[in-house]
Design a protein around this ligand. Structure first.
Ligand SMILES: CC(C)(COP(=O)(O)OP(=O)(O)OC[C@H]1O[C@@H](n2cnc3c(N)ncnc32)[C@H](O)[C@@H]1OP(=O)(O)O)[C@@H](O)C(=O)NCCC(=O)NCCS
Length: 165
């Protein structure tokens, strides 16, 4: 694939609400983006299928090139960014930023005042994306990720306050 410039990608990019119908494409993208740390099919089916979540997909010419899933809880004004990934062919072209704007939008739509997320403490691209999207690193969470037969990894918890009327 020829290298996609930031301008080209943004002009061709569309976002829409994802659904369980997108599971095959999202599973494929998830595996390509996360490798051995990817969510498995049943976890993605749960994320896409449960009532209290919103998945946004980013597409180029109809192909899914990124997704973000936000969880909501009943009687809570805190949303949780459960997962975000961009196809490795398109990383670094601004799609993550566009998805993060959608995360804000869907959270505001649900009257949330705070978005919370966790990421691996050494995931440089994710750390940068969240900082650039207005999140503040709040705490280090020891052993947040449990890796089967591989020990555990620390996470950084980020928060972003939303201006809701
Ligand atoms: C993290 C991820 C979603 C970022 O998406 P992306 O589309 O590549 O990010 P963008 O192109 O929108 O870049 C957003 C910002 O992050 C920074 N960034 C992105 N990739 C980076 C990298 N590899 N190194 C350093 N900074 C990086 C950029 O500086 C950019 O800021 P800028 O627009 O002010 O220059 C993507 O790299 C990915 O899918 N990674 C694998 C899955 C993953 O780790 N998900 C997060 C788990 S919590």
């Amino acid at each position: 694939m020829t290298k996609t410039t930031r301008m080209m990608t943004i002009s061709e990019l569309a976002v829409r609400r994802g659904s369980i119908k997108d599971i095959e494409e999202i599973t494929n993208l998830e595996n390509r983006a996360f490798g051995s740390h990817a969510y498995d099919y049943p976890s993605l089916r749960y994320m896409l299928g449960i009532a209290n979540s919103v998945t946004t997909v980013a597409t180029i010419e109809g192909r899914i090139v990124g997704y973000a899933t936000v969880f909501f809880r009943k009687n809570s004004r805190i949303s949780h960014l459960e997962s975000i990934a961009v196809d490795p062919d398109f990383q670094g072209t601004g799609i993550g930023r566009v998805l993060m704007e959608e995360v804000d939008r869907v959270s505001i739509e649900r009257n949330c005042t705070l978005i919370v997320l966790e990421t691996f403490e050494k995931n440089v691209s994710a750390l940068k994306l969240y900082e650039r999207s207005g999140y503040m690193a709040k705490e280090l969470v020891p052993d947040y990720y449990h890796i089967p037969y591989g020990g555990s990894r620390n996470a950084v918890r980020f928060e972003k306050r939303l201006q809701v009327k």
